[in-house]
Write a protein that binds this ligand. Structure first.
Ligand code: P6P
Length: 339
């Protein structure tokens, strides 16, 4: 039976990436090794996040654990795990993490050709109330063999080789694109393997959900205010959209990817560049949205065409269903004409 075949043909993320690798005969498997180390980091963080509540309950967090070590904050711990996993993979040369002010340059003996930009635990302020959080990552390749510098990662998001996120929620789901579509894998804890559960994800062309922090409405610019107003009081007789805002980017983006609609973190008077970071939040999520048939816009341009000046630069972002983002682009274009 087809069902049985599906149940016994376990397409793990490693098998999936190896299959992808066979499409590039010249590849020496470096990307597969790199990805395996990212997956290892995700499995560790998944296990730690699931225990975090318990650790707090039995008083481990914030005190010393059985080894007498100070219990680390989960985002600090997650960052250390990813940095160690990526460096030890021997396939990276520069790492940019939301947790580290400066980029990490891998020592020559362990240096590879990939740059990884990542937020090890985005939304970590939501841990204590059990809201889903996640790891977000993007991968650039650097082939020129010269001494790596920070300019090597200040590249437009369209040059990313791959991007993905791992969401730690009711289940642990890793969503990945290596440039030919988007696939979702769910961790089977009994196997310790990520199994393909969402093959070839495509975002609905138009959605019924908008996702934004309405608490910032006082500070929004004209086009954003007009768009949100249209969502609530449509002038074409259609029904109003639903508002869903979790306040954890990975969770809001994952819902947008699967159900459709649009996620907005606009600029506002207080933060003219918005809040979300270009390299390890905006670029990976925009890459995934485009690969799934959606799009991502900054209010001025295609998000993936942005060129960051600094590794922690921020940008406004409007991403999701193709038609919904088109409406936002039209409102910004009309504003442009007026100026
Ligand atoms: P606000 C979490 O702190 C985060 O970085 C993203 O995960 C999330 O989308 C955003 O900030 C929420 O920001 O200002 O709405 O609380």
């Amino acid at each position: 039976h087809a069902g049985d075949a599906a149940r016994t043909d376990l397409m793990t993320i490693t098998r999936y990436v190896l299959n992808e690798q066979t499409k590039h005969p010249e590849s020496r498997g470096d990307f597969t090794i790199l990805l395996n180390h990212i997956v290892l980091g995700c499995k560790f963080v998944c296990s730690s996040v699931n225990k975090a509540g318990l650790a707090k309950l039995i008083g481990l967090a914030g005190e010393t654990n059985v080894q007498g070590e100070e219990q680390k904050k989960l985002d600090v711990l997650s960052n250390e795990v990813f940095v160690k996993a990526l460096v030890s993979s021997g396939r990276t040369c520069i790492l940019v993490s939301e947790e580290d002010e400066e980029a990490t340059f891998v020592e020559p003996s362990l240096r590879g050709k990939y740059c990884v930009v990542f937020d090890p635990l985005d939304g970590s302020s939501n841990i204590d109330c059990g809201v889903s959080i996640g790891t977000i990552f993007g991968i650039y390749v650097i082939n020129d063999g010269k001494e790596p510098t920070v300019e090597d990662v200040l590249q437009p998001g369209r040059d990313m080789l791959a991007a993905g996120y791992c969401m730690y929620g009711s289940s642990c789901t890793l969503v990945l694109s290596t440039g030919s579509g988007v696939n979702g894998f769910t961790l089977d804890p009994s196997l310790g393997e990520f199994i393909l559960t969402h093959p070839d994800i495509k975002i609905p062309k138009k959605g019924k959900i908008y996702s934004v922090n309405e608490g910032n409405a006082k500070n929004w610019d004209g086009p954003t205010s007009k768009y949100v107003q249209k969502c609530k009081f449509p002038d074409d007789g259609s029904s109003p959209k639903s508002l869903r805002y979790i306040g954890s980017m990975v969770a809001d983006v994952h819902r947008t990817l699967l159900y459709g609609g649009v996620f907005l973190y606009p600029a506002d008077k207080k933060s003219p560049n918005g809040k979300l970071r270009v390299l390890y939040e905006v670029f990976p999520m925009s890459f995934l949205m485009e690969q799934a048939g959606g799009q991502a816009f900054t209010g001025k341009q295609r998000a993936l065409d942005l060129v960051p000046k600094k590794i922690h630069d921020r940008s406004p972002i409007f991403l999701g269903s193709y038609d919904d983002v088109e409406e936002i682009k039209a409102l910004y274009a009309a504003e442009e004409k007026k100026e």
